[in-house]
Design a protein around this ligand. Structure first.
Ligand code: ATP
Ligand code: RIB
Length: 321
């Protein structure tokens, strides 16, 4: 019998259609590249990242009645990770067009399709109540996130919000039900400006990059969320808690191939770390840093998430085990 899921991720499954090219084409330009398709979606990527660490994990998301949905179910069966796919027959499984250039940067357009059709009645309350950590992002609906977090809070389950991609209709009310907020720099800037955290100044990514850890921590405290973790790409991440901030540098000595899904690897690794390290936030963030670093050494999103064995080997090799 399989163990009850300790990490539950509610979000999107997306069929990624990825094109690799030397440089992004400019508007009006056609460029020659190579193509792969595979399982993606921020929610699903995070569930795969958590599940591959060995922590019992479940993914919940809605899909169409089509070939991509059948491949998704097959992928989860092969991975041995629990998944509840809710079928929305009138809608297509979500798809994303992804461009990756030779510098490992990406540009993404995601069509949410069936993923945006999930409803509160689709959520199994017991699955949420029996978890230790519940994770949501912005590729299903904001209403489902609010519903899931309310259920989680009633059951004292830790809630993790990755506000990706940032949306114009974001309702800050969810922050009251959020234990850990994990934005990247783009999302942080958008959120901070929406909430007016920088006063009359408009925050930009350039200004954010120039902030000291203390100044960034001060801004983080404005969200009113116990823990805010800002992921800073190759600079690592800043963990802001009520009693202070910790800057965790990114893991060094890795060969960056494709950073698509690095944020997802971090969030999934963090959720698993919360379980593994019994709610030690800093230990979980260090673990997430390693999971994310390993994910950028491979092409693709979900398939690039490292296994427990790869993580253990990497931590041992880098003297962090
Ligand atoms: P993406 O949108 O590409 O999926 P993101 O913008 O959401 O990523 P980032 O902040 O770029 O997320 O990266 C997430 C985490 O991945 C970082 O906090 C870090 O731990 C790891 N990471 C990213 N780039 C690198 C790198 N070049 N070297 C080592 N670790 C990296
Ligand atoms: O974060 C990466 C993911 O974002 C991709 O897998 C793609 O599906 C998009 O939703």
């Amino acid at each position: 019998m399989s163990l009850a899921p300790q990490v539950v991720v509610v979000g999107s499954f997306v069929q990624d259609q990825t094109f690799f090219c030397a440089q992004f084409p400019s508007p009006g330009q056609t460029t020659v590249g190579t193509f792969v398709t595979g399982p993606g979606g921020k929610g699903s990527n995070q569930a795969v990242a958590a599940g591959r660490t060995g922590v019992p994990t479940a993914f919940v998301g809605s899909v169409g009645d089509d070939a991509f949905a059948r491949e998704a179910a097959q992928f989860y069966a092969t991975e041995g990770i629990a998944a509840q796919f809710i079928t929305k027959p009138k809608h297509a499984t979500a798809t994303a067009g992804i461009l990756v250039n030779d510098a490992g940067q990406n540009e993404i357009v995601v069509a949410l399709g069936a993923s945006a059709q999930i409803k509160p009645r689709d959520i199994n309350r017991n699955l949420i109540a029996n978890a230790k950590v519940v994770v949501c992002q912005h590729e299903a609906t904001l209403a489902i996130n609010a519903h899931v977090f309310r259920l989680a809070r009633q059951a004292r389950v830790t809630t993790v919000l990755n506000p990706a991609p940032m949306r114009g209709d974001f309702d800050p009310a969810i922050l009251k039900h959020t234990d850990v907020l994990i934005p990247n720099e783009t999302e942080f800037v958008a959120l901070a400006n929406q909430l007016g955290l920088a006063g009359k100044t408009v925050l930009t990514e350039k200004k954010l990059a120039a902030l000291s850890a203390t100044a960034l921590h001060r801004l983080c405290r404005g969200f009113g969320v116990p823990t805010v973790i800002v992921t800073l790409g190759k600079r690592g991440c800043l963990v802001s808690q009520t009693d202070g901030a910790t800057l965790i540098p990114a893991c060094r000595g890795i060969k960056v191939v494709d950073t698509t899904g690095a944020g997802d690897a971090f969030c999934g690794g963090f959720a698993a770390g919360i379980v593994k390290f019994d709610h030690d936030i800093i230990a979980a963030a260090r673990f997430a840093n390693a999971v994310a670093a390993l994910s950028v050494t491979k092409r693709g999103t979900a398939p690039a998430m490292p296994t427990a064995r790869e993580i253990a080997h990497f931590l041992k090799q880098s003297g962090k085990a």
